[in-house]
Write a protein that binds this ligand. Sequence first.
Ligand SMILES: [Zn+2]
Length: 360
Amino acid sequence: MAQSSITIKKPFDSHVHLRRGAVLRAVTPVTAEKFWGAIVMPNTDPIVATIEQAVENKKEILAALPADTTFKPLMTLYLTKDLTASVIEKIAVDKEKLIYGVKYYPWGYSINSQWGPRDASDASPVLHAMEETGLPLLLHSEVHLNAENHEEDPYDGEKLFLKDTLPRLMDKYPRLKISLEHMSSKLGADFMEKNGKEGKLVATITPHHLVYDRTDAFRTGYRALLNCKPLIKRTEDKNAIRELVKKGLPFISAGTDSAPHPESRKFSSCCVYGAFNAPVALELYTQVFDELGCLDKLEGFLSVNGPRFFGLKPAEETITLVKEDWQVTEPVVTEEGIKIWSVCDKTHGLGNEVIHWKIA
Ligand SMILES: [Zn+2]
């Protein structure tokens, strides 16, 4: 008989964007309800590039939580040209453990990515200090501009990074702990299956790259809610990352990459990148694992592998999901009345999308 409910240790989100201000206050409780902790991305506006800025952003997140929540925001720093080895050493001896990683964004690429070094490998003193102290480097593993400053084909960004940038980085810093964020292609899945290593080289996978392919992303025109980086790719790419999660490898974990934007920036002639999925991420992951017949692998992916990479124990608290159809019919709304639409939304999604798993 098909399984109709599952109880797992409360999940951990290895990659989330909580933003700042009113958007942060609106979306943080949504993530906190479903995940016990999350690695919080630093590409806010302004970016989180110093320990002081991380303290400030964390304070803002904690203040947005409902009183009864024990959610843990685990902060990261943006890899800028100003980041120094002494900051990394300071992070390593911090008893409060504020910072859990440093995030690299490709040159000229995603939102607020203009501050990093041209090539991740160029940040030598910082990366050597990270090797010494064991602080992970979180990579937006795509190439955007080539050496001549010409834009590469956006569907090839991940391929170029894995074939060129990453091998150079791994050669130069052999002990660096690396997480490849939002793995989105067949090449990436093959690469991880061959090279992934627990505690050393891991990857996160989003729900939207498991559920959609680019036919969906362009179905009957342009689908703003699915406009994200890395771009949603071919069916064969989607299927390859589905096969990867099915294997239950200890170095593959959930990173939602939930990336909220106000309605006015999402539904505009120049739609910003980012798929907001916090209201449905956990449910979509469960649905995919059910479709793949590997619900036994769900807890490792959602709740165990991510925390372990960051030196944390999984939650003792559990969460139960049941197989029951539902739809997203309402946006998340900020205190100023600004709407933030989630993927799978009935009105703005692909059209009448039904989610098959629900939190009990
Ligand atoms: Zn992201």
